[in-house]
Ligand binder design. Sequence first.
Ligand code: SUD
Ligand code: ADP
Length: 269
Amino acid sequence: MLVFPNAKINIGLNIVEKRPDGFHNIESCFYPVGWKDALEITTITAFSVEFDGIAIPGDQSDNICVRAYKLIAEEYPLPPVKIHLLKAIPIGAGLGGGSADAAFAIKALNDLFELEISFEKQLSYARRLGSDCAFFILNQPAYCFGKGDQFERIDIGLAGKWIVLVNPGIHISTIEAYAGVVPKPSGSDLREVLRLPVSEWNGIVKNDFEATLFEKYPLLEEIKAELYKQGAAYASMSGSGSTIFGIFDQEKDLVEVFERYKVWQGALQ
Ligand SMILES: C[C@@](CO)(OP(=O)(O)O)[C@H](O)COP(=O)(O)OP(=O)(O)OC[C@H]1O[C@@H](n2ccc(N)nc2=O)[C@H](O)[C@@H]1O
Ligand SMILES: Nc1ncnc2c1ncn2[C@@H]1O[C@H](COP(=O)(O)OP(=O)(O)O)[C@@H](O)[C@H]1O
């Protein structure tokens, strides 16, 4: 079975409080985008994994796809599989690529072996693998809260708008990014704020990671400024960075402008 795990962006990201378990409660709109990996799961006589594309840090047995398989195999009699991942989504980039791989692995195993795992149970497996992971089970625009693992559907009418994602290749660890932020209540309801026209979001829809990370990596702020210079209606860092995205009213080709970096551009669904 061949599936294509996609990235997400965060439109607004409020880090509102530190929790007793060490995690943070956040408020954010997660929105799927078309930058994709390819993940193939097939039956085989002995379990194996193969990785192509961007090198993934860490041991193969720690790969989140392998962890997803092992988690489901604890409760369901799964045969051995071959997991083949072609990694294209930049890593440590605020795009949730690893979480997407895990969620799509859960869904693919469920479909391939007709396990009939309920949607709620798929969510609970996903939550055990990562805070961002449950969102990718639904994989629709959502207002996310709690650790980022609770969500409700949100319709902010971006379908058809053009998005450009720019990744300068700076790897930012999620733990490092959270450690640099002092949580504070957001003071407004992001769901309400996102009802404003996109062109009014600048300065109002904020990512709380930007302040510290822009200070540490000024290039990120420069990329954001360039996206506005190119006519973006709204631009922001995604998640814990380092990817910066711009939303445009019309199709825009910025590959040459950002030729030194990885760029993905396409229409929002
Ligand atoms: C920042 C966000 C925003 O969407 O995304 P990315 O930028 O990584 O894609 C997420 O909160 C990342 O979620 P995810 O990448 O799944 O994180 P996890 O694996 O659950 O946690 C990694 C580490 O990040 C910190 N963490 C994560 C989530 C959260 N709500 N509070 C935290 O403090 C914890 O230190 C945790 O040990
Ligand atoms: N399939 C995978 N794809 C990407 N990263 C993975 C994967 N499996 C495990 N990881 C680990 O998860 C970390 C975070 O990856 P990723 O989800 O791409 O970043 P981000 O949280 O910034 O979106 C990586 O540095 C890597 O060590």
